[in-house]
Design a protein around this ligand. Sequence first.
Ligand code: ADP
Length: 511
Amino acid sequence: MERSGSEGKNSRRKPRAVFLLTLLVWSLLTALSAFTNYRQLEQNFFALARERGQGLFDLMEIVREWNSRHGGVYALVSERNPPNPYLHHSKRDLEAGGLHLTLINPAYMMRQVSDISDDQAGLSFHLTSLKPVRPENAPDPWEIDSLHAFERGETSRLELAGEAKEVNFRFMAPLKITQACLSCHVQQGYRLGDIRGGISVTMPAGATLATLNSEITRMFIMHGIAYLLISGLLLLLYLRTQIHFSSQEAATHMQEELILRRTQELVEANEALGRSNAELEQFAYAVSHDLQEPLRMVASYVQLLARRYSGKLDEDANTFIDFASDGAKRMQRMITDLLDYSRVQTKGEPFGPVSLAEALDLALGNLDLVISETDSRIEAERKGLPTVHGDKGQLARLLQNLIGNAIKYRDEQRQPIIGIQARRQGRFWIVSIADNGIGIEPQHFERIFRVFQRLHGQGRYEGSGIGLAICKKIVERHGGRIWVESNPGKGTAFHFTLPGSEDFGSVQAGE
Ligand code: ADP
């Protein structure tokens, strides 16, 4: 019960561990996916901002190129368009048809465009270089850093600047000297393709960031929903498994209880059987013991009758006296055998290690006369005979009965040969006694082990039919079993099992 209890706990712990592990894996996967998505969204938004900045930069470049290709353009001088004080040109200001015109170079034009776009769209352009002509064109630290990066080969730069609503994307790319630029800037030492500076484009990022944030929130919500859904499903699965296990456990528990109850009943029935067996044995012992005395008296008085009245009675009377004397002798033998049978259990010796070879010698010693009278050959593999755990006297008796029968039920046509050998099978030894006698028909294999069961009449073979019943009882007392194999007309082999001597305690004496 204890074992099954811990097994039950283990079987409950297993799905819990699997559930927790799956939940952990699922949590990690969700977190990883959310993080990757977050990074992807951010990268996408930055890529878009970069593209937008690049587009504006390119447009401004085209407009500047247009201006420089024309060597600058003239526009009316106004409050918004005063002459450019930093432009040193001989024909910077012109009077034409009463109009006051001033030359607008690409940089001046860009500044003006930047002012307009700043007013209207919050977009501003800053033309800057590491060697600015105008002090306002001086680069800020980020621009200085970017200009140095362009000189190292970088093609553009993007950053997110400012905080809260004032947050902006700043994009910057280098300005390279084109053929049109050279006409004005050659005296500054520039050559075609040189980096003259850069234009930084400042674009409001608030709206873009708001979109990004809502995308991120949406993504997180979707992940959260998926996480909760799958976790819920996992939990449901886990609970179902738990319920399944619990009901299985309850069924197992019930089954175990039933088995325990049945085993208990069986033990009790066995004990009752054992008690009634013991009582029966006690009874058989008492009866056979007590019958001996009156029977002895009957036998001796019949013998006295025969002696005293010999020649004085008629022929019939003599025959009757012979019958009575013969019957009394047979009954005496049966009672002695019955007494032996009941003594197997009640008068057995305690168990100990017994050398079967020694037990065999005892048996053969008792059979010495009959062996030589019948010229029987005993072929025993003494070295192969084991030491077993048992009662030496009873084991000798067992061997004696079986060898005695092998000689008694010999075939008169041939010399009796009796083989005795043992072989190991698991924790048991199988001992076999085989003869070349008359054999037994298979239908009698069971019957011959019962008390007083004989296959032949008294006239042919002497006996009371109790020898094999005693053998069976001895073997069973030793925790083994006995059976027979036979080939009628050719021979018989009796086999019995005994536990090895190393198995002490497995069979208790008298059990
Ligand atoms: P008993 O020998 O006194 O008749 P047993 O109980 O020893 O009683 O044997 C029962 C019967 O089994 C015998 O009557 C005999 O017919 C048969 N039997 C026993 N051993 C052998 C054997 N080795 N060969 C043939 N028959 C046998």
